[in-house]
Design a protein around this ligand. Structure first.
Ligand code: TXA
Ligand code: MG
Length: 341
């Protein structure tokens, strides 16, 4: 499809952005909207042909279901067969915020949204403009990350433009997203609930509110339930090589070796010993704290791609708290020979 993609600032063009976005949604078009995690590709969740177009422009397999964004737990009721008490408990602690819950879908939810499943993923994002939009729209807005399938999720409006210029109607620009990694997806149709994807809410935070929580890895068969985990994700075009935390010798060795082979390299580290390491012409990025590392990771991937880097050398972080989410994304980005959908 060839069309003009408008970009409006939700800060300086707030009212116009709201009016235009509502008009696009109501006529079955596609917007890109900001959330606290990453930008989403939005369409009216109750309009099957609009949702279908979201799958098409993203190049997303039809069996990989979409998250429905709503303004509040109250608005979530319309999409769920029933909301168990634990949904209200979770909503009270984490909504608006980077948690998505998977519940039994209401019969009225188009099955194109759920990839044919009888469950639906719901979330209330923590982004002021988008909450106003959801409130005014009244219904649900589907929101897969606004990237071509397999590419790193967008944390800036320009990332969305890179992937979808001329293919969607409107981009709502709110600057860089705050969290930078996607929401945690929690299946609450099972007891205890299962984390299908780690994200902005950590496992410990969930445990402190609802007690027992499983991770998908702990029960292999449950992988069936989280279609998104079957696909290669978050990957830059460059080859990602992970280096153990603080292993300066190995980093030095990999830098020298790849430079000798004529490779263009970018390095991303966080430990103090890597500061001012002086790798000459190599691009070095340093993110001293975990939140900044998370916020800037996908931006690092995309800018390295734009500059034609061959190799990205990334220092691992400790596998705890938000670090576990970062490591999940890093491992996927470093995986090879997976289907690149
Ligand atoms: O932070 C986020 O979650 C962002 C922003 C835009 O909200 N959205 C996002 O959507 O990351 P997406 O489509 O890129 O990832 C959604 C994940 C996928 O792994 C998908 O398989 C899973 O949620 N999912 C959606 N509905 C599901 C369902 N009914 N059962 C199991 N997994 C589901
Ligand atoms: Mg995605």
């Amino acid at each position: 499809m060839n069309q003009q993609t408008a970009i409006l600032s939700v800060v300086t063009q707030h009212d116009e952005a709201l009016t235009r976005a509502l008009a696009v949604l109501r006529r079955g078009g596609i917007i890109a909207f900001p959330t606290e995690t990453v930008y989403g590709l939005g369409a009216d969740a109750m309009n099957p042909s609009a949702v279908q177009r979201v799958f098409e422009v993203k190049g997303r397999p039809p069996t990989n279901p979409l998250i429905v964004h709503v303004a509040s737990i109250d608005r979530a009721r319309a999409f769920a067969k029933n909301l168990p008490p634990i949904a209200f408990q979770l909503a009270e602690h984490f909504w608006p915020g980077p948690l998505t819950i998977v519940v039994e879908a209401h019969d009225s939810v188009p099955r194109v949204v759920t990839g044919g499943l009888d469950t639906v993923a719901l979330r209330v994002p923590k982004q002021e403009f988008t909450l106003r939009l959801l409130e005014s729209f009244g219904g649900g807005i589907v929101g897969p990350s606004a990237n071509i399938s397999g590419r790193p999720s967008p944390t800036l409006a320009e990332h969305v433009l890179e992937d979808f210029e001329g293919k969607i109607d409107l981009i709502l620009d709110a600057g860089q997203t705050h969290v930078g990694l996607e929401s945690t997806v929690l299946d609450i149709t099972v007891e205890p609930p299962v984390i299908l994807r780690l994200g902005g809410v950590t496992k410990d935070e969930l445990i402190s509110v609802i007690g027992s929580v499983n991770s998908v890895g702990e029960r292999e068969s449950l992988k069936q339930r989280s279609p998104g985990t079957r696909f290669r994700h978050y990957a830059p075009r460059a080859t990602v090589i992970l280096v153990e935390e603080g292993n300066v010798e190995r980093m030095d060795m990999l830098v020298q070796e790849n430079l000798r082979n004529g490779k263009k390299i970018a390095v991303l580290t966080h430990s103090p010993m890597f500061m001012n390491r002086g790798y000459g012409e190599v691009q070095q990025h340093f993110q001293g704290d975990l939140r900044a590392f998370a916020r800037n990771l996908f931006k690092f991937f995309r800018s390295a791609d734009r500059e034609g880097c061959d190799i990205l050398l990334v220092e691992k972080v400790s596998d705890e708290g938000l670090g576990a989410t970062i490591m999940d994304r890093l491992r996927r980005a470093a995986e090879k020979n997976h289907a690149t959908t």
